[in-house]
Design a protein around this ligand. Structure first.
Ligand code: CMP
Length: 140
C-alpha cells in the first residue's frame, strides 16, 4: 500500500478539554505524520458544506452547531494506508462501541461529541483537504 493522505479534525470537545497534544501523540505513535495543521474557528458555512452529505439526517443541525461551537484543529495526516489506519486509531463513531485504546474510546464524550473526524476514503480525503488547505501549506 502506497503512502496516502487523510483529513482529520480535532473537534470542539477535544480543544475545550486541552486534548490536542494527547490526541496528536496517539496519531504519531500510530505512525501517521501530521504534515499540515491549523487551529481555526469553523464558520457556519464551512461546517454546513463540510457535512452536506448528512444534510438530510436528523442530527445535521446539531452537528453543524457543535462543530462551530469552539475551536477545531484541522490536519492532514500522511502515512502508509493513512485513511484506514486513522479510522482504526479513531475507533467507532459511537465511543460506546469503540475498541480499547482508540481515541474515541479514551476521549470521546458521545456519538456527537466524539473528539475527532477522519475521512472515510482517499477520494473524500482529497476533497476535504482542499476545503481547508492549499497544497503549499502541506509539508510532507
Ligand atoms: P464524523 O466522522 O465527523 O462524521 C459525521 C458525524 O456525525 C460523526 O462524526 C458524528 O460525530 C456525527 N453523528 C453521527 N451520528 C450522530 C447522532 N446520532 N447524533 C449526533 N451526531 C451524530
Amino acid at each position: 500500500m502506497a503512502t496516502e493522505r487523510t483529513f482529520s479534525i480535532l473537534k470542539p470537545d477535544a480543544t475545550e478539554r486541552n486534548l490536542t497534544g494527547a490526541i496528536n501523540a496517539v496519531i504519531e505513535e500510530a505512525g501517521l505524520r501530521i504534515v499540515a495543521q491549523r487551529r481555526i474557528r469553523m464558520s457556519d458555512a464551512q461546517a454546513k458544506k463540510f457535512y452536506e452529505v448528512h444534510a438530510e439526517r436528523p442530527f445535521y443541525g446539531e452537528l453543524v452547531s457543535f462543530m462551530t461551537s469552539g475551536p477545531v484543529v484541522v490536519q492532514v495526516l500522511e502515512g502508509e494506508n493513512a485513511v484506514a489506519k486513522y479510522r482504526g486509531v479513531m475507533g467507532a463513531t459511537n465511543p460506546a462501541q469503540a475498541d480499547e485504546g482508540t481515541i474515541r474510546k479514551r476521549f470521546a464524550k458521545s456519538v456527537g461529541e466524539n473528539s475527532v473526524h477522519g475521512s472515510d476514503s482517499a477520494e473524500n480525503a482529497a476533497i476535504e483537504i482542499k476545503q481547508f488547505f492549499d497544497d503549499k501549506d502541506i509539508v510532507g
